[in-house]
Design a protein around this ligand. Structure first.
Ligand SMILES: C[S@@+](CC[C@H](N)C(=O)[O-])C[C@H]1O[C@@H](n2cnc3c(N)ncnc32)[C@H](O)[C@@H]1O
Length: 217
């Protein structure tokens, strides 16, 4: 655990926004995340932002089979670390922003649950929205998106993504204390964003071209 903390801290010093946490997730927080995965679970469990593997370990300990688990990690050092640490688990080097493409390339479907340690609160709103939209594009209606946060409010904009979500557990034995949120897309709901994910382009008169950019990505 000390080795993991040192590695995460070193990487955080280089890129605080992308790593998002100075310390590794505690075993209590990791177990609280793993508890939210449906049992039995029919499909793949995709972990976003595996970091040093605290949540990966808890997911395996909770009964998720190694061949059922897929970890997506963007940092090459952490990707290598996770691959060596969990040889039976598929660890993909990639960005959660491109989740559907990444999973399609590796023929990973259906996805029964997403478990995310991504530092959503330190990301721009547009990136949060994009990650949320991509995640719900691969999840079946009703399937959970499980996310921890150190913040007081929802780490995903529920209304804009057309999803429901609430705090399922609060974990005080973590530095800092965290909440575990579980989001899902109601059955029968077609995802639609009310505003575009990108800033609309403007022409040389400062006016938006009509129609073209009004659709959600
Ligand atoms: C808070 S740390 C994970 C902590 C982890 N639970 C642990 O205890 O080691 C967040 C992780 O998300 C990764 N990450 C951040 N943005 C990402 C993205 N867009 N796609 C994939 N991974 C990302 C970071 O590289 C980092 O490993």
């Amino acid at each position: 655990m000390l080795k993991d903390s040192r590695l995460l801290f070193k990487l955080w010093l280089k890129n605080p926004r992308s790593i998002g946490a100075v310390t590794v997730s505690s075993p209590e927080l990791a177990a609280a995340m793993a508890r939210q995965v449906p049992k039995p679970c029919h499909g793949f469990v995709v972990e976003l932002g595996g970091g040093t593997g605290a949540v990966t370990r808890a997911l395996l300990a909770s009964g998720v089979a190694p061949e059922q688990l897929v970890v997506v990690e963007r940092d090459p050092t952490l990707h290598r670390y996770l691959s060596e640490r969990f040889p039976g688990v598929r660890v993909l080097l990639g960005d959660a922003v491109h989740l559907p493409t990444l999973l399609r390339r590796h023929q990973i479907e259906p996805v029964a649950a997403i478990v995310s340690s991504l530092p959503l609160l330190s990301l721009k709103r547009s990136v949060q929205l994009r990650i949320g939209a991509q995640a719900f594009a691969v999840l079946a209606p009703g399937a959970p998106f499980i996310q921890f946060t150190y913040g007081l409010f929802s780490p995903l904009p529920r209304q804009r993504l057309g999803i429901a979500g609430e705090v399922e557990e609060r974990v005080l034995q973590n530095l800092p204390p965290a909440s575990v949120w579980v989001f899902s897309r109601p059955v029968g709901h077609v995802p639609a964003l009310r505003k575009p994910l990108h800033k609309p382009l403007r022409n040389r008169f400062g006016l938006r071209p009509r129609g073209k950019f009004d659709q959600a990505a």
